[in-house]
Design a protein around this ligand. Structure first.
Ligand SMILES: [Zn+2]
Length: 282
């Protein structure tokens, strides 16, 4: 179940991992004042000052971590709607927050303390994952899944990478954050064709349907990701889903569709608690 804690939304499912911090933000609680970015915009070059975005990243990090981390612990990347996942560690701290981004990607995995992978969205699906190794230590992941990433299976790619790091598959739990839901995600035939080609026509038919009274097709990104996670061994009992829709509630959430593209971005971050190694000796 998702619940609100100050400016952060958390998943009670992920709270079950003692020693993990995680959270999803809305557009509330930041310092940006330009109307389409107000107030917790986390991306540069959308019209905000660098100072505002840096301040917002600090607010985000402190809120998600319960004041144990700041912007210097974050790692973000330029997202490219791929299925590319990067394994990161303390050496990546500050990428995209206090210094240049590293390599482009749409997801991160880590088994190290003191670094918080963050994905940014405004209608796309943010997914945070956690699982444990045989020795009880943690592996976490953050994923950005637009329709290309959802149909391409980035959520499953994240689970595979977690397992490569030693995570036990049957321990993995996933929290699917607030995104544009089927109610508001109208699509056309070209979208159905693209999803069919990327995955298969059956997958497209299961998640794109005429669900309203207007006879128009709508896509269910959440359903796509749940099917992908199920296929990677994460069953429904280990998946938590935000009940909200970005486009239904654009005053509370940044929504690309509802705003016509003029909007900021929200963040989703997860980290293994602890300070990790000191800077300079990762
Ligand atoms: Zn909606």
């Amino acid at each position: 179940m998702f619940y609100r804690d100050g400016i952060v939304y958390r998943s009670s499912l992920l709270d079950g991992f003692d020693g993990i911090v995680h959270g999803f933000t809305s557009r509330e609680g930041g310092v940006s004042t330009i109307s389409h970015l107000a107030s917790l915009n986390l991306t540069r070059n959308l019209g905000d000052t660098d100072g505002n975005v840096t301040a917002n990243l600090g607010i985000f990090a402190r809120a998600v971590s319960g004041d144990t981390m700041d912007a210097s612990s974050l790692v973000t990347a330029h997202q490219i709607h791929s299925v590319r996942i990067r394994t990161v560690g303390p050496e990546n701290r500050g990428e995209g927050s206090l210094r240049e981004c590293g390599e482009d990607c749409d997801g991160f995995v880590t088994d190290r303390q003191g670094v918080m992978p963050v994905v940014r969205t405004a209608d796309c699906v943010p997914i945070l994952l956690c699982g444990t190794k045989a020795d009880g230590s943690f592996v976490v992941a953050a994923v950005h899944a637009g329709w290309r990433g959802s149909a391409g299976g980035i959520a499953g790619a994240a689970v595979e990478r977690m397992c490569e790091l030693g995570c036990l598959r049957d321990t993995v739990k996933a929290a699917v954050g607030t995104h544009i839901r089927e109610c508001c995600y109208e699509v056309r035939q070209d979208f159905i064709d693209a999803v069919s080609e990327m995955r298969d026509p059956g997958f497209a038919a299961r998640h794109i349907r005429k669900s309203g009274s207007d006879g128009k097709y709508r896509a269910d990104l959440c359903g796509m990701n749940v099917e992908i996670l199920n296929g990677a061994g994460v069953d429904d009992s280990r998946i938590d889903i935000s009940p909200f829709c970005t486009a239904c509630d654009p005053d509370r959430f940044f929504s690309h569709r509802a705003s016509g593209g003029k909007r900021g971005t929200m963040g989703a971050g997860i980290a293994i608690a602890g300070t990790g190694p000191a800077d300079g000796c990762p």
